[in-house]
Write a protein that binds this ligand. Structure first.
Ligand code: ZN
Length: 258
């Protein structure tokens, strides 16, 4: 029964259109993170990107301009973190919303201790909800393309949240392969997080964006974007965390290329 349902589901899934060479090469030329991939990795990422484009629906909001090339640049970077994992980790949501720049979003904040709920509007460059859309600012994507090794990548940051939420809840622990024990992950990340928060509280200069001290899930998202953008920076700042990120995402050429 389940097998049958799965087969029906597969038939309903849109068939990816193959990406033509010129279009793919233009994306590689524009995105430095794609350039160190070996031919096998590049071919697989190209296939995953085509699948992402077929399965997700893109919306340009607030006057954003989206064309095929921009959609592909988003798809390729979104698929990079799952290149050595499982594409199914990107399932469970359909929409990619793109704003021209920062966007404002209504937020509710529940204070766990007092139970008080405050509402406000935040200015954001990216957002991801469980089962909901991926929301991105094109201006920030463009900045990441122009400065690919600064440790920032808004697309990969939001995809890290998506992976984190895949096993229920945003706790900074994504679904892990059997070779990566959950207990080890939690221990290493907790220790690094505590030390990082102490450094930020003490106003110390940090190699990693201080925003990572916001919460364990932001810590994971910031470290993941930094890892893909500049793995040497993460290895220098937090060698134990870098070791785990390397074991999770595996040493794809993209993460060892600089
Ligand atoms: Zn975040």
């Amino acid at each position: 029964m389940f097998a049958l349902l799965r087969r029906i589901g597969e038939r309903l899934r849109p068939r990816p259109e193959p990406l033509d060479d010129a279009r793919w090469q233009a994306a590689v030329a524009a995105c430095a993170l794609l350039q160190p991939l070996n031919p096998d990795q590049a071919a697989r990422l190209r296939g995953l990107s085509a699948r992402f484009l077929a399965e997700k629906t893109f919306f340009a909001l607030g006057g954003a301009e989206l064309d095929d090339q921009r959609r592909l640049l988003i798809a390729a970077q979104a698929c990079l973190p799952v290149l050595e994992l499982d594409y199914d980790l990107l399932r469970g949501w359909r929409q990619v919303l793109v704003y021209p720049g920062e966007f404002r979003m209504r937020r509710e904040h529940h204070d766990e201790e007092t139970g008080v709920v405050t509402e406000g509007e935040d200015s954001l460059i990216g957002e991801a909800w469980e089962g909901g859309p991926l929301v991105l600012s094109w201006a920030d994507i463009e900045q990441d393309l122009a400065q690919p090794h600064e440790g920032f990548n808004v697309i990969i940051h939001e995809i890290a949240h998506k992976l984190d939420m895949r096993d229920g809840g945003s706790d900074g622990v994504p679904p892990l392969p059997p070779s990566l024990p959950r207990r080890e992950w939690k221990q290493v990340f907790q220790q690094a997080y505590d030390a990082f928060c102490a450094a930020v509280d003490a106003d110390e200069e940090t190699l990693i964006d201080p925003y990572a001290a916001e919460s364990p899930d932001e810590f994971f998202a910031c470290l993941t974007e930094a890892w893909f953008s500049n793995p040497a920076l993460v290895a220098k700042a937090m060698p134990a965390v870098a070791g785990l990120l390397q074991r999770l995402f595996r040493p794809s050429a993209a993460t060892t290329g600089n």
